[in-house]
Ligand binder design. Structure first.
Ligand code: CP
Ligand code: NVA
Length: 305
């Protein structure tokens, strides 16, 4: 039996496949708005396992699957036997007998990989402590909608070296944009991911100076200073304050630079109201594009594109 088409990480999917998914998402968005979208996943069932909270991911996968003609099951990790120590492997084997695809938001990335190893249906990464690839597909779609091809552009990150940044770094290698990052000393992204990107042609620059990272950028991106399940690594606000995206910092980027944030935002911390509600912010387009990008990820996993 051919192994399922999992969507685990941008590094685990080829640049060609990622581009096909993105182009499909753009077409699918137009068709959805025009009321002419097809329903290639009619009769298919998606299990959605959440071991962490979610608003956007939960709703966009649920609505997206329905727009594709399929159905979903919401499964809270704590209410499953998974939460009482049934193994990920056994859970994967059992769910594979009932559903056509599994989406999981979990803590340790190893849990995602174990699910994929044992599932006989596609598994989709809906965020782990390490990465958030679905988010970056929506981010790139949003940048391209507003500013054209992302290849050759400079994206700047300022803040924590977290899961969202890791997928952005992988995206630099896959989509050909330059990734500038400014993080506090001690909050650096994972070395293995940085090395993977460098070894795969990613142009990346890591520093500890927000002004330097943002200067001349086409887009400025940030996220919470404390990610879910990373509370033990939380550092004082004064450590992160120099990395806040505010009007002053935005002035260092290109005049037409976009502001992105995966949301939820902690207003007044990593971003000021002035920026997130300002003319350069595309955060709600970005949230909307989760829906369309994920429909195309689902369609790709299930052989519909
Ligand atoms: N951006 C994102 O994944 O949001 P949720 O945590 O609400 O799903
Ligand atoms: N880095 C954040 C993203 C939330 C969508 C977290 O993991 O909590």
């Amino acid at each position: 039996m051919a192994s399922p088409k999992h969507f685990l990480d941008l590094s685990a999917t080829t640049a060609e496949d990622l581009r096909s998914i993105l182009e499909d998402a753009k077409t699918r968005k137009q068709a959805t708005k025009a009321g002419t979208a097809d329903k290639p996943l009619a009769g298919k069932m998606l299990a959605m396992i959440f071991e962490k909270p979610s608003t956007r991911t939960r709703v966009s996968f649920d609505v997206g699957m329905r727009q594709l003609g399929g159905e979903t099951l919401f499964l809270s990790g704590t209410e499953m036997q998974l939460g009482r120590a049934e193994t990920i492997g056994d859970t994967a084997k059992v769910l594979s007998r009932y559903v056509d695809a599994i989406m999981i938001r979990t803590t340790d990335h190893a849990r995602l990989l174990e699910m994929a190893e044992h599932a006989t249906v596609p598994v989709i990464n809906a965020l782990t402590d390490l990465t958030h690839p679905c988010q970056i597909m929506a981010d790139i779609m949003t940048i391209e909608e507003h500013r054209g091809p992302v290849t050759g552009k400079t994206l700047a990150w300022t803040g924590d070296g977290n899961n969202v940044l890791h997928s952005l770094v992988e995206g630099a290698a896959r989509f050909g944009y330059r990734m500038n990052m400014a993080v506090p000393l001690g909050s650096e992204p994972d070395d293995k991911i940085l090395n993977w990107a460098r070894n795969n042609g990613g142009e990346i620059m890591l520093c500890h100076d927000a002004d330097r990272a943002v200067t001349g950028a086409d887009a400025v991106i940030t996220d919470t200073w404390v990610s879910m399940n990373q509370e033990h690594k939380a550092r004082g606000h004064n450590v992160f304050q120099p990395f806040q995206v505010n009007a002053e910092l935005m002035k260092k980027a290109k005049d037409e630079a976009l502001f992105l944030h995966c949301l939820p935002a902690h207003r007044g911390e990593e971003v000021t109201d002035e920026v997130i509600d300002g003319a350069q912010s595309v955060v709600f387009d970005e949230a909307e594009n989760r829906l369309h990008a994920q429909k195309s990820i689902l369609a790709w996993c299930l052989g519909a594109i």
